[in-house]
Design a binder for this molecule. Structure first.
Ligand code: UT7
Length: 323
């Protein structure tokens, strides 16, 4: 065979997260607010889901607007300039339109010139999928620095008369800047999907609202996800008791606590951003991580476990070094 003589770039041994950023829309909707128009109450929502209030985006705040706020903050926190970013990945499952990609628009708004840009949909596991993809791109030499964003406007896909969904989902965006490093700061991603449950959480077409079989998803999340989380620890070479934080997708506080219990991360702070932010799907993990860092709940440099799961039924987990 004739050799094509291709070259491959010099690669970074590892990738790490330089900084996180978040954005929560201004409008707060409490459980009591919802109870004015649907048959529900604060006590039921708090005890069954763990949510006290959630943020809902304004009419003129779409996926791009939310992503610009969170991505801009992550970029500012990272100390990098827009010109340093050469790939933007935006995870969303609640986009208002299928094209162009929201990633390209966010990049343009942030003054990032000519980056690779694409959207990624793995629903509530989207941020962990995007982070795994960003890490691989940096280590393969396809990008120097990557802006990873989870941006969701779930409210535009909600039937506000359906008490089984409208009390759960919310809006927001979170982001992270990924760079190359000698020491790995993002462990191997463990990702997969269980297609048998593909219709358990679904927006069937553009004229429909989000529907989910709550109990079936609850059973799956509380049984199938902890082994994925443990495998991510195992593959990163981090013992669960050494984790400083565990950040499961903020789906339901009972699910979060069940996963944390099964992982036996006895010294870890368990993310509970759902209480004030609701379930923001692919944005929930970077939103939660940002807040934990800002509050000083977690030490810089320590390992944290991220675990995303949701529609698909898709899942992904990895251990990161807290920036
Ligand atoms: O982010 C993507 C991943 N999604 C998830 O992980 C969601 C997983 N599932 C869940 O979090 C829970 O199943 C829900 C929060 C969706 C529901 O909680 P549940 O404890 O499974 O409630 P349920 O569906 O078994 O309903 C119990 C009762 C029912 O009444 P009856 O039939 O017992 O009389 C429901 O009609 O609660 C009723 N109910 C409500 N009551 C007050 C359902 N929604 C509400 C509500 N307020 N909002």
């Amino acid at each position: 065979m004739v050799s094509a003589g291709l070259r491959i770039p010099e690669v970074a041994a590892g990738a790490r997260i330089l900084a996180f950023g978040d954005y929560r829309p201004a409008k707060v909707v409490t459980n009591d607010d919802l109870a004015k128009s649907i048959d529900t109450d604060d006590a039921w929502i708090r005890s069954r889901v763990g949510i006290a209030e959630r943020r809902i985006a304004a009419d003129d705040e779409g996926i791009v607007e939310l992503g610009v706020h969170a991505g801009g903050k992550a970029l500012a926190n990272s100390g990098l300039a827009p010109s340093d970013i050469d790939l933007v990945i935006l995870a969303t499952c609640s986009a208002e339109s299928p094209m162009p990609s929201h990633a390209a628009a966010v990049a343009h708004r942030l003054g990032i010139d000519a980056p690779g840009a694409f959207d990624l949909n793995a629903a509530c596991a989207g941020f962990c999928y995007a982070l795994g993809t960003a890490s691989a791109a940096v280590r393969a030499g396809s990008a120097r620095n990557v802006l990873v964003i989870g941006s969701e406007k779930m409210s535009q896909w909600l039937d506000w008369t359906d008490r089984t969904t409208c009390i759960i989902f919310a809006d927001g965006a979170g982001a992270a800047v990924v760079t190359g490093s000698d020491e790995p700061g993002i462990g191997p991603v463990v990702w997969g999907s269980d297609g048998e449950g593909f219709d358990k959480i679904i927006i069937p077409d553009r004229h429909s609202f989000i529907r989910q079989e709550g109990q079936a998803v609850f059973r799956w999340a509380t049984t199938a996800i902890a082994p994925v989380a443990l495998e991510a620890c195992e593959r990163a070479g981090v013992a669960p008791q050494d984790l400083a934080a565990i950040v499961p997708h903020q789906a339901n506080l009972r699910i979060i606590e069940a996963i944390a219990r099964k992982v036996k991360a006895v010294n870890a702070v368990v993310a509970d951003d759902i209480v004030h932010s609701g379930n923001t799907s692919g944005a929930s993990i970077p939103l939660a991580m940002s807040r934990m860092i800002e509050r000083g709940d977690v030490p810089s440099g320590a390992p944290a476990l991220l675990v995303g799961f949701g529609a698909g039924l898709s899942y992904a987990a990895q251990v990161i070094q807290i920036p």
